[in-house]
Design a protein around this ligand. Structure first.
Ligand code: PLP
Length: 399
């Protein structure tokens, strides 16, 4: 709900408070100090889209050195018209969630793996690695500063965190930029399965997602830009997602545009495709561990041919957003086949994996050491130099 107040005044305890909401929160000034309060968000009806939160983190890499990170309220970025990111797509990102666990603690799930993947993406795109600790500092500061936007336990919603790194200085010839920015913003997102689980439909895609020895195994923006026409086309044809095959032989299953596959054989073995051109999903690696160590299942990570897919008992796609989303049906150029659990429910093994991992994430089931990272909200907030919108604009114009 957005409350339509553009400017109002209240007197409380003889202190002047000015309230106004530009987006989905109030900015409240108490004796000169600015406090943000989320307006009554209907967590269960939030989608997966951008909702502005008050604070974001920014650090700059110039002359071969990273600056300290700072917080800013300004959500826009002014960069050079010939910046590396604009001309040659020199950018990589990550995605993770902060949420409230059963015991009320605010946590993130295995953020160290996102930090590590970010640096691998950076290396492949000739961008500088982040200094030790910067990724986690950004996560901590942004979550604490936007704490009003962390959904409560049980809502299924979360505060999605988007770290990203890009070349900001001008390039004309094809070469790496010399300056970079690392940023992290947060946006609240709703529960993935609203109104119950709905298995999705896939079509085998004629476009390729990644070449052998290409960039499919990193989280580069360019991998997603080239998948856009494939997903628009899939949606227009009535499918939810694309199943990409390996581009060299078109015989092996790779992944979808935003999730890894997880299959279950008739004898209950978990099978996940092995390929150097798919993104090493944090969720998939966690599910495989859970299957083996919590549920006593057999797990195989091996090349999977498209031919064998129709013989699997269950199929799901996994990633941070949904944990696992069941697949009901696959369409290969008009030849359709359904998995036995069909279009109405999750198969029993996928359900067990889903419930166990979600239980671990929410603190209902004991987690392996180091998987749950607590963010202590009562520790110092908004530390680091804070930039006003006006300063940000001025700095951008000076550069
Ligand atoms: C191409 C691709 N594969 C897999 C995943 C799932 O990865 P994760 O479980 O780390 O979110 C994502 C999402 O980030 C993705 O974009």
């Amino acid at each position: 709900m957005i409350i339509d107040i553009t400017l109002s005044f209240m007197i409380i305890d003889t202190k002047l408070i000015i309230l106004y909401n530009k987006y989905d929160y109030y900015r409240i000034f108490i004796c000169g100090k600015e406090i943000f309060m989320a307006v009554d968000i209907d967590w269960s009806n939030l989608g997966f889209g951008y909702v502005k939160t008050p604070y974001r983190y920014v650090a700059e890499y110039k002359k071969g050195k990273w600056s300290d990170g700072r917080m800013t309220t300004y959500e826009k970025i002014v960069i050079h018209e010939s910046a590396g990111v604009l001309q040659y797509a020199q950018t990589a990102f990550e995605g993770l969630k902060a949420y409230t666990a059963k015991d009320g603690r605010v946590v993130t799930f295995r953020p160290d793996l996102n930090a590590e993947r970010m640096n691998r993406s950076a290396a492949r795109l000739e961008m500088p690695a982040l200094p030790d600790g910067m990724f986690m500092e950004a996560v901590e500061k942004v979550v604490k500063a936007n704490k009003e936007f962390i959904p409560p336990y049980g809502s299924g919603a979360s505060l999605y965190l988007r770290p990203y790194l890009f070349g900001s200085s001008p390039v004309v010839g094809v070469k790496p930029a010399s300056d970079y920015q690392f940023r992290l913003f947060a946006t609240p997102v709703g529960p993935y399965f609203k109104g119950g689980v709905k298995p999705i439909t896939l079509r085998v895609c004629d476009y390729d997602r990644a070449a052998p020895h290409g960039t499919g195994n990193i989280k580069a923006g360019l991998n997603y830009a080239m998948s856009l026409s494939a997903i628009v086309e899939a949606h227009a044809l009535g499918f939810d997602e694309n199943m990409y095959l390996d581009s060299a032989t078109r015989t092996f299953v790779e992944e979808t545009g935003g999730a890894n596959f997880i299959f279950v054989t008739k004898d209950g073995t978990i099978v996940t495709p092995k390929s150097d051109s798919i993104l090493p999903s944090v969720t998939r690696r966690s599910l495989c561990y859970v299957a083996e160590n919590y549920l006593g299942m057999r797990v195989e990570n091996r090349p999977v041919t498209f031919e064998e897919v129709r013989d699997f008992e269950e199929c799901g796609v996994c990633g941070t957003a949904a944990v696992i989303c069941p697949v009901g049906k696959v369409n290969d150029h008009g030849n359709e086949f359904y998995f036995p659990s069909g279009m109405y429910e999750m198969g029993p093994v996928i359900r067990q994996l889903y419930e166990t991992l979600v239980g671990i994430q929410l603190g209902e089931i004991e987690a392996p050491d180091g998987w749950i990272h607590e963010i202590k909200l009562d520790e110092e907030e908004n530390s680091g130099e804070e930039q006003t919108e006006e300063q940000a604009e001025e700095n951008a114009q000076e550069e």
